[in-house]
Design a protein. Structure first.
Length: 302
């Protein structure tokens, strides 16, 4: 499949093919703490065209409520029902699909508050995460304690790995020990990097890779491009007409792969992690490409 660079008439024709747009956030709407140029106008334009806009992000650091507040800060109207995060997908999976049962009904989190908030909201008890007891260097007593944990009956039924800006050896060791002791291994997403301030930094996938290497097991993926994310969206909205739904994102291996894998239209935005050079060297070819989300807005509408 060839990729079309959208300009003028091609843009109008492309938009006419879709009623629903699944839009990534990091690298498409914002980068770090900065709103990307024209993103507000683009979302407003799509809605004026009676398009349904659903935000789908692999960022697990914030709950949907926090993401909603961020949209409000940037002047974009969004309700919590418009937002799907990998943390929320994880909570749905553990509460509705792979339900944890006593005594192993606790989740160890190697990640941020967003994961904890979503799990707590569905009644799941968490350990690790932002607990101050885990925000420190590992000491000799920890090795002895973990040796005991490794063979003792456990209350931890799953380990969830997401983005953790306070990642350390202590958390890594607990995560690996629980998995070796029979806990399920889930990753909110496997994005290797995330874009901010014009640079790419290590993301959740890099942390999950460390756990995988030590534990000797691959994680079950919750976010894009996993079917779990699509299942979460469908659980909220019911049947989507996939031929009339388009995935918009900045990551070829995540967003575009997700769209292609689920029979959706695909639009690559070059304001984040992927470049035209990446596009030339991938098997995941999007239907179309633009530099910015704002490029969807005709000049006459600005």
């Amino acid at each position: 499949m060839s990729t079309t660079r959208l300009t003028g008439y091609e843009t109008v024709a492309f938009l006419s093919r879709y009623d629903t747009f699944l839009v990534d956030c990091d690298g498409v709407i914002w980068s770090g703490d900065k709103l990307l140029p024209g993103a507000v106008d683009a979302v407003q334009f799509l809605r004026k065209q009676r398009k349904r806009v659903i935000f789908v992000t692999n960022n697990s650091t914030a709950s949907r409520a926090s993401v909603c507040q961020r949209f409000e800060k940037f002047g974009i109207e969004a309700s919590i029902d418009d937002i799907f995060t990998s943390a929320y997908s994880t909570a749905v999976y553990l509460s509705q699909v792979e339900q944890l049962s006593s005594p192993r009904n606790k989740v160890f989190v190697l990640g941020s508050a967003g994961i904890e908030d979503e799990l707590t909201a569905v009644g799941i008890e968490v350990a690790g995460g932002t607990d101050p007891a885990f925000q420190r260097q590992m000491v000799e007593d920890d090795f002895r304690l973990l040796a005991e944990v490794a063979s003792a009956p456990s209350t931890v039924g799953a380990v969830v790995v997401g983005m953790d800006l306070e990642f350390n050896f202590l958390k890594l060791s607990y995560a690996v020990t629980h998995i070796r002791n029979g806990a399920a291994f889930l990753a909110t997403n496997l994005d290797a990097t995330f874009p901010t301030s014009g640079v790419s930094f290590p993301a959740s996938g890099s942390l999950a890779a460390a756990v995988t290497k030590a534990a000797g097991i691959e994680p079950l993926l919750m976010g894009k491009p996993s079917p779990c994310m699509m299942d979460t969206i469908l659980a909220r909205y019911g049947t989507l007409d996939r031929h009339r739904t388009c995935m918009v994102g900045d990551g070829i291996d995540v967003d575009i792969r997700f769209g292609l894998g689920h029979g959706l239209g695909t639009l690559l935005v070059l304001s984040g992690v992927s470049s035209l050079e990446d596009l030339e060297n991938t098997r995941y070819k999007p239907e179309a490409v633009v530099d910015w989300l704002a490029d969807l807005v005709p000049e006459s509408s600005i």
